[in-house]
Design a protein around this ligand. Structure first.
Ligand SMILES: Nc1ncnc2c1ncn2[C@@H]1O[C@H](COP(=O)(O)OP(=O)(O)O)[C@@H](O)[C@H]1O
Ligand SMILES: [Mg+2]
Length: 295
């Protein structure tokens, strides 16, 4: 069976190269072939007449129109474009979780503006602070590794961050203080949980991303945490997902965010597992079942 590993042509990162190498190796160990293709080279292969169609696509990019185009051509995609789209934008994730009644921090999406540059009139922030209180969490809608996530203690701090990044799109969130510096990362695959870790932030840091200096420990996941992780993956249409869960009052689970192509290398290292091999098994099995002839 031959698949494409679709990656972004303009992303140059050792971390991502390691992921691609592990994925390609996992398929070759199973007698499959995973060919690396960049989104840039696939601009020439669009439409229903994709030449040398692969049996499946493992889409490790966020180029959502390209993902939909490949799906329109009838090729089974992992993850599916809808899931990638909902997860890539934290505002859409929040709305999908809200619609499904899955616990998630109270979230306000910053209003759309058409001009680049500052809002000019930012009086809507009064209402944000009134509804969420301070401290509150402010995040860019698209971001990862905790890099675009801020804990802010006053309206003035919110204004300062907003002014420093005039072209970013934001969400504002209720701060879940019971989860300060700790959360849970769950990796799902199909309707199973294949790994769970407790994550702890660097001292004094409210964020627990490993890339931001945190650490991971193996975790025995309680049934409530298992259920919410699987519910989130199902609602977001994800075959595989890295789900961040926080601890609410009474240690109840709250979904923080969902990653459609999570960096599994940290998880592999912390738990001594090979997520990429589980994923390869899953995709090869699923592809045999999915109808790939629909155009
Ligand atoms: N609403 C919140 N309340 C408390 N902590 C939060 C909240 N949102 C995010 N965090 C912390 O910040 C970290 C990064 O936020 P997250 O939304 O997962 O963004 P990223 O995509 O950058 O990982 C989370 O793992 C969690 O530790
Ligand atoms: Mg995260």
């Amino acid at each position: 069976m031959t698949g494409w590993l679709v990656v972004n042509a303009f992303l140059h990162s050792i971390k991502f190269e390691e992921i691609y190498a592990r994925l390609i190796r996992a398929f070759s160990l199973r007698g499959g072939v995973l060919l690396r293709k960049s989104n840039a080279e696939l601009v020439s292969a669009l439409g229903a007449s994709v030449l040398n169609r692969p049996d499946f696509v493992l889409f490790w990019d966020k180029d959502i129109p390209l993902a939909y185009r490949l799906e329109n051509a009838g090729i089974p995609l992992f993850n599916r474009p809808k899931g990638i789209e909902l997860c890539d934008d934290k505002a859409l994730t929040a709305l999908a979780l809200e619609r499904a009644g899955i616990p998630h921090p109270k979230t306000i999406v910053a209003p759309l503006k058409f001009n680049s540059g500052p809002y000019g009139d930012d009086t809507f922030l009064d209402s944000v602070v009134e509804q969420l209180g301070v401290p509150l969490v402010m995040k860019e809608r698209v971001g990862s590794f905790g890099a675009q996530v801020y804990l802010l203690h006053s309206l003035e701090e919110v204004r300062t961050v907003l002014r420093a990044h005039p072209n970013a799109a934001w969400i504002f969130q209720e701060f879940i203080k019971t989860s300060f510096g700790r959360d849970v990362r769950v990796q799902t695959l199909g309707d199973r949980i294949v790994a769970a870790t407790a994550r702890f932030g660097a001292p004094g840091n409210f964020r627990s991303n490993v890339t931001a200096g945190g650490r991971m420990e193996p975790l025995n996941l309680s049934p409530a945490f298992q259920r919410i992780a699987l519910d989130a993956a199902r609602v977001l249409a994800l075959d595989f997902a890295g789900i961040d869960l926080m601890y609410g009052e009474g240690e109840t689970p709250i979904v923080c965010e969902v990653n459609s192509n999570a960096h599994f290398v940290n998880l592999d290292n912390a738990l001594g597992i090979s997520f990429e091999e589980m994923l390869a098994d899953y995709i090869l099995k699923e592809t045999r079942y999915r109808d790939s002839d629909k155009v």
